[in-house]
Design a protein around this ligand. Structure first.
Ligand code: ADP
Length: 381
């Protein structure tokens, strides 16, 4: 059975009604008077009682409604404002004072928590910056000595020794890549990296980035489709442009299986340069897509295909593009290449083909935004 809640204002009205009726009956008994006089008295008493009751109950109701809203806000984690109630000397006033006291305490607690969290995250970023900076020199020394040994400068080495040294060299390269990426992430998080745009031939930068992956494209028999529109020199930071192109092309080649297609398009659209890099690779699982641009993200499906990877590349790329005034997004499956009839596996039903991924990004035609900073990004050097 439901119990109907009676509003406080209704209760006050009812009390005033009963009280007025009793008053009129007593007047009839003790003072007397004609029926007409009693009716006139009734009218006056009821009207007066209702006005008083209405004013008192409205004040109570308004204060209580304010209080309940505030408690709901607090439950949702908002402790920013205190409650203000006029002439609050009654019980409701006491409740409001107690609640305001609680809000003050919570405000101080939350402020302490936020500053503690900021301090911790700053200390973490500082540590990563320092550790990765310190690690760079010994790793470069290891690289240099392996080159020295493999080149036979310290005496002849046999085939087996050369094979082992190659493995040491590759592992050292992976470590250098990770340390550089960590250093870049800390420079992004600390806001110390600079953007120094200068007139640059974007198409030449795209071609140079592709050259770096020529051997893997050939080894995996990937079909490369290029559609580059002629562009005037654009104000770009050449180093950052290289980092962005190489990261996205590197992913496309890494995560596309043998015989796949990579399409690279650059064109002008209104006030932007629009860049699109599509592949017919393994795609990104839908449920993991919201995490693509977060630090250390590697989707489950790629871990099976390619063990190497830091999960930091796209975080760096997104920061660079957005700080330069551009935008970046992606689509997976890659609709254009999936529907392309010229594709080698066009006879395979769409849901059975590789899913593919397309990364899109824009850079303003007027160039990247200048950003003052004490450090340059280092990735893929
Ligand atoms: P990683 O070093 O692992 O490549 P990135 O930050 O460059 O790190 O990419 C993050 C993750 O996003 C990858 O591990 C992969 O799961 C997914 N990803 C990025 N590009 C592609 C792509 N072209 N095809 C499929 N998955 C991709």
């Amino acid at each position: 059975m439901f119990k109907t809640a009676i509003k406080l204002s209704d209760k006050i009205l009812l009390i005033f009604f009963i009280f007025s009726s009793v008053l009129i009956l007593m007047a009839r008994f003790f003072i007397g008077g004609s029926l007409q006089q009693i009716l006139i008295l009734c009218n006056f008493v009821y009207i007066f009682a209702f006005i008083i009751a209405y004013i008192i109950s409205k004040k109570f109701s308004d204060d209580l409604v304010k209080l309940s809203f505030k408690v709901e806000e607090m439950a949702a984690g908002n402790f920013s404002k205190k409650i203000v109630i006029k002439n609050s000397r009654d019980e409701i006033g006491q409740l409001v004072n107690a609640l305001n006291e609680l809000i003050s305490r919570l405000q101080t607690g939350v402020a302490l928590d936020v500053s503690k969290h900021k301090e911790l995250s700053q200390a973490k970023t500082d540590f990563v910056a320092l550790a990765s900076h310190q690690l760079r020199t010994p790793l470069s020394v290891i690289k240099w000595y392996i080159d020295f040994l493999v080149g036979g400068d310290a005496g002849p080495i046999n085939k087996e020794q050369s094979k082992y040294l190659k493995q040491v060299y590759d592992s050292n390269e992976t470590l250098i890549e990770l340390v550089n990426a960590l250093l870049d992430v800390s420079r992004i998080d600390l806001g110390t990296f600079s953007i120094e745009p200068e007139p640059t031939d974007m198409i030449a930068k795209a071609e140079a980035a592709l050259t770096k992956f020529e051997s893997v494209i050939k080894a995996k028999k990937l079909t490369l489709i290029k559609q580059f529109e002629k562009l005037p020199p654009i104000n770009l930071d050449p180093r950052l442009t290289k980092i962005v192109f190489e990261n996205i092309i590197s992913n496309a080649t890494k995560y596309t299986l043998e015989g796949g297609v990579i399409k690279f398009e650059i064109k002008k659209i209104e006030n932007d340069v629009f860049i699109k890099i599509s592949d017919t690779g393994c795609g990104i699982p839908r449920e993991q897509q919201p995490r693509v641009f977060t630090k250390m993200f590697r989707a489950d499906n790629v871990k099976r295909i390619e063990a190497g990877g830091t999960g930091l590349g796209l975080y760096i790329v997104k920061a660079v593009i957005e700080k330069s005034g551009g935008k970046i997004w992606f689509e997976s499956p890659s609709l254009e290449l999936l529907l392309d009839k010229g594709q080698k596996n066009a006879d395979v039903p769409i849901d059975k083909r590789n899913r593919g991924t397309t990364f899109f990004f824009t850079i303003p035609l007027k160039g990247m935004k200048f950003k003052l900073g004490t450090k340059k990004l280092t990735s893929l050097d």
